[in-house]
Design a protein around this ligand. Structure first.
Ligand SMILES: Cc1ncc(COP(=O)(O)O)c(C=O)c1O
Length: 392
């Protein structure tokens, strides 16, 4: 992490920006590539959006580049505007009946809790949420908690891969395998995963997985993907019916109107929209490789974890997990009981520090994100400010 890297971003230099986790941030070359696509689109919209003049190939290029990073092939991932949209497509496609159970945890993202509540209202299914014990120190404790919630009625297992309020990496591999043995659909919220932790979708053997490219991959906002296992793709119905849909798209071997599989065509071709963020995923991946981002990320992880350790020493509060379950570049640091809104607002008004501070269950948390544009001076400023505000 260096001044040079910080200069690659458009972030306001007067702000100590420690909240990459909420919406990401896009490096200049990636942002410029995004603008180039938009200019090209605006210079000749009819040509740009014409499936016969390169549109289908450009959309596919992003699927190919992304699939290469995610351990799958281009026919199994499709661009969506954000992880919430991808997970909504799945949640609203699953055929659920009254009394069916959707098993999940108490660490899930609020918008997706609402999604499942909506699905339950329409289908009569019910959400069953298990408590994941904290601090999370052993995989068996996680697995046992989830297993304990499984019943004959469980149809869906819905888990975050990296959790939002607690920034934990859930060890999902073996529970996915167990769900599969029991015939339970697995739906994973990977909003924070791409570009943050290694991801091999086919090895994971998951049924449905949505992730954001606009967070840790640093692609423009509005770029995300939905992955669906090949044998389940005919189950998926788009939320928007448009030119890409055909009445016989569930027939075996059916081809969509634009030459892709019906799964891809029905989700990719949805009326007039600006596809430039999605097309820029190729450049975001190129930027990461060109700038050796794995090494940058390693340094970010070291700084994030060292800062969390320092805060723990100052507050005397235990971390929420053992290091192996902590998201590398995002740490939910427990802080003493306080008015989190006041702490958050005062960090901004008096210190120009942007970081989420909130109450989650019985915990008060400051969630630190460290990305390549951050440096130690900034995390020291955060620790200093928290010491003052929390009277530590
Ligand atoms: C775990 C989790 N799921 C889903 C989302 C939603 O992401 P988006 O708004 O890009 O759909 C977030 C956002 O931070 C998240 O943390």
């Amino acid at each position: 992490m260096s001044e040079n890297l910080a200069r690659q971003f458009l972030l306001d230099e007067t702000v100590v920006f420690l909240n990459h986790g909420s919406y990401g941030a896009c490096p200049r070359p990636v942002f410029e590539a995004w603008q180039s696509w938009q200019r090209l689109l605006e210079s000749q919209p009819v040509a740009f959006l014409d499936p016969k003049r390169g549109y289908v190939e450009r959309m596919r290029n992003s699927r190919e580049a992304l699939a290469g990073e995610l351990g799958t092939s281009a026919d199994n991932v499709v661009g969506v505007v954000n992880a919430t949209a991808g997970l909504n497509i799945v949640a609203q496609s699953l055929k659920l009946a009254p009394g069916d159970e959707i098993l999940t945890t108490d660490h899930e993202y609020a918008a997706l809790e609402k999604t499942w509540a909506y699905v339950c209202r329409r289908t009569g299914a019910v959400v069953k949420s298990v408590t994941v014990p904290l601090p999370l120190t052993r995989e068996v404790d996680f697995t046992a908690a989830v297993l304990d919630g499984m019943s004959e009625r469980t149809r869906v297992l819905f888990l975050s891969h990296i959790t939002s309020p607690t920034a934990l990496v859930f060890p999902i591999e073996s529970i996915i395998a167990e769900a599969k043995r029991r015939g339970i659909w697995t739906v994973i919220d990977g909003a924070h995963t791409p570009g943050h932790i290694p991801l091999d979708l086919e090895a994971l053997d998951v049924d449905f997985y949505a992730g954001n490219c606009h967070k840790w991959m640093m692609a423009p906002k509005g770029s995300a993907f939905l992955y669906v296992r090949p044998d389940l793709q005919t189950m998926i119905d788009p939320l928007v019916i448009s030119h890409g849909w055909t009445a016989d798209n569930k027939k075996p071997g059916a081809v969509g109107p634009f030459g892709n599989t019906p799964f891809i065509d029905s989700l990719e071709m949805q009326g007039t929209r600006d596809p430039s963020a999605w097309m820029t995923v190729v450049e975001a991946i190129r930027f990461r490789h060109a700038n050796d981002w794995n090494e940058v990320a390693r340094r970010c992880r070291d700084l994030a974890q060292a800062t969390a350790a320092e805060m723990a020493a100052v507050t005397g509060l235990r971390p929420l997990s053992a290091p192996q379950f902590c998201a590398p570049q995002m740490v939910a640091m427990p802080i003493p009981p306080c008015d989190p809104e006041w702490v958050h607002d005062t960090l901004i008004s008096d210190y120009n520090i942007e970081i989420p501070v909130f109450r989650w269950k019985d915990h008060h948390i400051a969630r630190l994100s460290v990305q390549g544009y951050n440096n130690q001076k900034q995390t020291e400023a955060l620790v200093h400010a928290l010491k003052v505000l929390l009277k530590l």
